[in-house]
Design a protein around this ligand. Structure first.
Ligand code: FNR
Length: 410
């Protein structure tokens, strides 16, 4: 068994033990028929001691203040940044006992693609600021952990290189640009490179007011480019930073018809990211979306918006099983993943934790992070008396006293 000391001294070796010897490998069908014994097997660490806060501190020293400001910052006074994290505490897990659960499996599927756990990598831009390999490292780590990665269209690695270097499940995030031919080109490239879905981000008609980024003069360094966007984005990001790219180049006047437009460009399903209202979620589904991501862009757009954990159930209710619902924002602990699933999400995305992981540990760091979420999710599921992801249901969560919403659960 791996001791804490061995884990610290040799994280790479421990990671390999955790990942390769891990019994949670999914079958081709995506279901883990035997499940994992609730006890860790021999060779699997009893505790994966990982602190996202420590990783963030270390990442800051490694990547420097400009990249740190870009990755860590939120919009306006950043009230929603902590709000997203805190809102998961507005829910409690309500554990079931005497459930006779001997084995637990976190395996599930996202739009039919099998994954080892319901935690996926959110699309985050400019990962070349975190480590030299950028998005290729993140994709390798996600593939090693059996997880989904969503590649940002503002990535610093060509989407083809990411596809060639990592064989995991990948989706491509897309912004519809004012010059639509550029979006059409991106979609054709993604469809030709094995990406399995398009994630249309709809919460950026303009950039949020990102003061940390603005004050530090965030810009794209000369050694990095935005190879997935044809046109002027790279030079504008070098000169004026990203708030300018968003506001000048993104189509501001999107409607549900644009979901159909995007879907018509390829055979890939479209997932709409940045949905915060139940009526909008219903409009996305009616326009043909295969999924929605409940997201406030990691608190980088409108700081006065609600935390995603608070609005997830009403959106799940509005979608009513017609599409898959995902959620992101402030998910920093595996019990929060279980809460999201109990509230009806199919899966969760993590943004900043994956940036700290790739900055501090490259692909191994990302795999270690995802394996940690998976291991601790298994523990939370065992403690709640639930053995499979499909068996997770709403009675496993209740509103924390003091945070009740009239008419929504108890
Ligand atoms: C983002 N996010 C984002 N979303 C998107 O659709 N396209 C993008 O290019 C980016 N870029 C980006 C950069 C950085 C530095 C961050 C932190 C975030 C939003 C991202 O996908 C996700 O919604 C949030 O990061 C989720 O919140 P947490 O997990 O960071 O709290």
């Amino acid at each position: 068994m791996w001791s804490f000391r061995e884990w610290v001294v040799s994280p790479g070796a421990a990671y390999h033990a955790a990942v390769s010897a891990h019994p949670a490998r999914t079958s081709a069908s995506g279901r883990n028929s035997s499940g994992d014994d609730v006890r860790p097997s021999r060779g699997t660490p009893l505790v994966n001691d990982l602190s996202i806060e420590d990783m963030e501190r270390e990442a800051r020293t490694l990547i420097g203040e400009m990249a740190y400001a870009y990755y860590s910052g939120g919009a306006d006074d950043e009230r929603l940044l902590m709000g997203n994290v805190a809102a998961w505490g507005h829910w409690q897990l309500h554990p079931r006992v005497l459930a006779g659960i001997r084995s637990v499996s976190t395996a599930t599927s996202f739009l039919g693609s099998p994954v080892r756990s319901p935690v996926a990598i959110a699309p985050t831009a400019i990962q070349g600021l975190a480590c030299e390999e950028g998005e290729v490292a993140t994709a390798r780590g996600a593939a090693a952990a059996g997880s989904l990665m969503i590649l940002s269209s503002l990535a610093t690695c060509p989407l083809e290189d990411v596809a060639a270097e990592a064989d995991g499940v990948r989706w491509m995030q897309v912004y519809i640009l004012r010059e639509r031919a550029r979006t059409e080109e991106l979609v054709a490239r993604a469809a030709g490179s094995g990406y399995r879905a398009l994630v249309l981000t709809v919460d950026a008609p303009v950039s949020g007011l990102r003061l940390r980024e603005w004050r530090i003069g965030m810009h794209l360094p000369d050694n990095l480019a935005l190879p997935n966007l044809a046109g002027d984005s790279t030079s504008s990001a070098r000169e004026g930073g990203f708030m300018g790219v968003v506001t000048r180049e993104f189509e501001p006047a999107l409607t549900p018809d644009d979901i159909g437009w995007l879907a018509g460009l390829s055979s890939l399903p479209v997932v709409v990211k940045g949905v915060q209202r139940s009526d909008d979620a219903a409009r996305c589904v009616e326009a043909g979306a295969a999924g929605v991501v409940v997201s406030n862009h990691g608190a980088r757009q409108l700081a006065d918006a609600p935390a995603t954990a608070d609005i997830l159930p009403e959106i799940v209710d509005a979608v009513a099983g017609r599409a898959e619902v995902y959620v992101d924002g402030g998910v920093r602990r595996a019990p929060d993943v279980l809460k999201a699933l109990a509230l009806g999400a199919r899966g969760v995305l993590v943004g900043r934790p994956s940036l700290w992981a790739v900055a501090t540990g490259g692909s191994e760091g990302v795999a270690r992070l995802l394996t940690w979420y998976e291991t601790e999710l298994r523990r939370a599921m065992a403690l709640c008396g639930v053995g499979t992801v499909d068996a997770i249901e709403r009675t496993l969560v209740r509103r924390t006293p003091g945070w009740e919403i009239p008419g929504v659960l108890s």
